[in-house]
Design a protein around this ligand. Structure first.
Ligand SMILES: *[C@@H]1O[C@H](CO)[C@@H](O)[C@H](O)[C@H]1NC(C)=O
Ligand SMILES: *[C@@H]1O[C@H](CO)[C@@H](O)[C@H](O)[C@H]1NC(C)=O
Ligand SMILES: *[C@@H]1O[C@H](CO)[C@@H](O)[C@H](O)[C@H]1NC(C)=O
Length: 330
C-alpha cells in the first residue's frame, strides 16, 4: 500500500511525448565590455554569440580569439581569421587609449563601463540586417542607423558630441561598414552551415506528471530540449490561463538546449480539463497541448494498479496457505 503513491507519481499524461524540428539561431553578434577603474587601469572583455549561444571568447593578454566550438571559424580562411584578430586587437587597445585620453573632454568620472554590441541578423527571404549599439553604464548611448551614428536620447549632449567626433574619422567608418555589411552576413551564413549538425538538433520534448497527496494534486509540466531560450508554458483550462501556475527558471541542459518546469497545485477534484500549453518558435505556431486525464482518469489508473496488486496478493496468500497446510498435514 505504501507503494501506491509512488507509482502514481510517475504516471505520464497520455500522448505526452512530442518531437519537433528546430530552426536554429538566426543572428551573430560580438559583445564588448570595457571597464575603466581609474586613470591607469582598464580592461576589455570580448565575446561572440549566435543568438544566446556563445561561440567565441577573447584573450585580452595575448589579443587572440578563443574558439569555443570546433566550427566557430565558420568558413573563414585562416588568413582572414588572423587578419580579423589583428584588427580587433588594434581596435581594443586603441579604444582604451582614446577613451582614457578623452575622459575630461567628455566629463567622465571613474569608474565607468562601456558596452558595445554589433552584428547581423538573418531575416525571412534571406536578407540580413546589421546593427551596432553602444551603451554607457548600461544606458543606451548611440547606435548606427542608416549607416550613420545616431545618438540615443539617454546619452544626452555627450552622445551627440561623440557622434560628431566619430564622423570625422572616415577610415574607421569604412572599416565598420565593411565588417557589418559584408563580413558579418557572409560569416553568419558560413558559421550556421558549419555548425548546423549541432545547431539544428532535434529533441523538443514536453512531459506531464502528477504528484498526489491527500486532497491535492501537483501537476508538473516538464519541457526540455528546446532552443532558442524564449518559451511560453502555461497551465490552461480551455482558453483560460490558470493564475496559480508557477514558473521555474529556464535552465540549461548540457547539450546547449534548455528546460523548464511549470507546476500547478490543484484540489484533487479539479484536475479534469486542465492542460499544459507550450508555445515555442521551433513549433511553427503549433502549440503543444498536454491534457490532464482526459481519457485516463486517476480512478482508472488506481483500478489498474489496485486490481493486479490484489490478485497478486490473493494468489500469494493462497499459495502460502496451501504450502503451509501441506507442510503441516500430519
Ligand atoms: C586602479 O584600479 C585597480 C583595479 O581596481 C587597482 O588595483 C589599482 O590600485 C588602482 N590604481 C590607482 C592608482 O588607484
Ligand atoms: C538613409 O540615408 C539616405 C542618404 O544617406 C537617405 O536618402 C534616406 O532617406 C535615409 N533613410 C532613412 C530611413 O532615414
Ligand atoms: C562562406 O559562405 C558564404 C555563405 O555560404 C559564402 O557567401 C562565402 O563565399 C563563403 N566564403 C568562403 C571564404 O568560402
Amino acid at each position: 500500500m505504501l507503494l501506491l503513491p509512488l507509482l502514481l507519481s510517475a504516471v505520464l499524461f497520455p500522448g505526452g511525448d512530442n518531437e519537433h524540428a528546430f530552426q536554429g539561431p538566426t543572428s551573430f553578434h560580438l559583445i564588448q565590455i570595457s571597464s575603466f577603474a581609474n586613470s591607469t587601469w582598464a580592461q576589455n572583455q570580448g565575446s561572440g554569440w549566435l543568438d544566446d549561444l556563445q561561440i567565441h571568447g577573447w584573450d585580452s593578454d595575448s589579443g587572440t580569439a578563443i574558439f569555443l566550438k570546433p566550427w566557430s571559424k565558420g568558413n573563414l580562411s585562416d588568413e582572414e581569421v588572423t587578419e580579423l584578430e589583428e584588427l580587433f586587437r588594434v581596435y581594443l587597445i586603441g579604444f582604451i587609449r582614446e577613451v582614457q585620453d578623452r575622459v575630461s573632454e567628455f566629463q567622465m568620472e571613474y569608474p565607468f563601463e562601456i558596452q558595445g554590441i554589433a552584428g547581423c541578423e538573418l531575416h525571412s527571404g534571406g536578407t540580413t540586417v546589421s546593427f551596432l549599439r553602444g551603451a554607457l553604464g548600461g544606458l543606451d548611448f548611440l547606435s548606427i542607423k542608416n549607416e550613420s551614428c545616431a545618438p540615443a536620447p539617454e546619452g544626452g549632449s555627450r552622445a551627440q558630441k561623440f557622434c560628431t567626433l566619430i564622423s570625422q574619422y572616415q577610415g574607421i567608418a569604412d572599416i565598420i561598414r565593411k565588417l557589418l555589411l559584408e563580413t558579418c552576413p557572409r560569416y553568419l551564413l558560413g558559421v550556421l552551415d558549419a555548425g548546423k549538425a549541432e545547431l539544428q538538433r532535434q529533441g523538443n520534448e514536453a512531459r506531464g506528471l502528477a504528484v498526489q497527496w491527500p486532497g491535492h494534486l501537483l501537476l508538473v509540466c516538464h519541457v526540455s530540449g528546446f532552443y532558442p531560450k524564449p518559451v511560453w508554458v502555461m497551465w490552461m483550462r480551455g482558453e483560460q490561463e490558470q493564475p496559480g501556475t508557477q514558473q521555474g527558471d529556464v535552465l540549461p541542459n548540457a547539450d546547449g538546449t534548455w528546460y523548464l518546469r511549470v507546476t500547478l497545485d490543484v484540489a484533487a477534484g479539479e484536475a479534469a480539463g486542465l492542460a499544459c500549453r507550450v508555445r515555442h518558435s521551433s513549433l511553427g505556431g503549433q502549440d503543444i497541448i498536454l491534457y490532464w486525464g482526459r481519457s485516463t482518469s486517476i480512478g482508472l489508473i488506481v483500478l489498474a494498479i489496485i486490481v493486479p496488486s490484489l490478485i497478486l496478493l490473493i494468489c500469494f496468500t493462497l499459495w502460502f496457505w496451501r504450502r503451509w497446510s501441506y507442510l503441516n498435514i500430519p
